[in-house]
Design a protein around this ligand. Structure first.
Ligand code: FMN
Length: 172
């Protein structure tokens, strides 16, 4: 049976480097620095023109991004902790500061500077975001070790029914 396993590997931003990006008013990336490319696993050219949500990690509660956009749209700056998804589906935590770029007093773009998060803070934020998603009825993170034979059976049953393993578990 062909079963693929995902490896979720964490990447750390070096303490002396910053991830920098700019977006248009809709969140489409217009500038990315080399550190952004290196840490996210994309090439700079791949990032430009893409919506910033290509980095959205399923562990992030929706309300965090709502707060982010509600804040920056009114011209204020937003800061907070974000878990991001790498191109290879690994992840990295950032402390992000996002604010407006003004030209002749008019809001034309947004800019973001992201930096290293200490390990204890990452654990605290993971727990907080897990709790927030659960309370909001969003997806929950479930890491479980089960016998290989049981897993093979689940995958086989899901294939027979032409549904995902998640859908199969929902029906139990
Ligand atoms: C300047 C700027 C930087 C952003 N940086 C990130 C980021 O690093 N990771 C992320 O998931 N979303 C980031 N966002 C928010 C995304 O635009 C988007 O709202 C978020 O990924 C959630 O996706 P959704 O709005 O499609 O639900 C950023 C937005 C702006 C304006």
């Amino acid at each position: 049976m062909d079963i693929s396993y995902d490896m979720f590997i964490e990447t750390e931003i070096p303490k002396d480097e910053l991830i920098i990006s700019r977006t248009d008013l809709k969140g489409i990336i217009t500038y990315a620095n080399e550190t952004f490319a290196k840490i996210s696993g994309y090439e700079v050219d791949e990032l430009i023109g893409k919506p910033h949500n290509i980095l959205r990690h399923p562990d992030m509660p929706k309300s965090v991004f709502k707060d982010l956009w509600d804040t920056i749209k009114t011209g204020k700056s937003w800061s907070g902790y974000v878990k991001n998804l790498r191109k290879d589906r690994g992840f990295y935590w950032v402390y992000a500061e996002i604010s407006g770029v003004y030209k002749d007093g008019e809001l034309v773009e947004y800019k973001s500077m992201r930096s290293f998060v200490p390990k204890e803070k990452r654990i605290e934020m993971q727990n907080l975001y897990d709790k927030m998603r659960k309370e909001a009825g969003e997806n929950v993170r479930c890491v479980s070790y089960i016998k290989a034979s049981l897993y093979d059976n689940l995958v086989k049953k899901a294939k027979e029914k032409n549904i995902s393993v998640e859908k199969l578990l929902e029906s139990i």
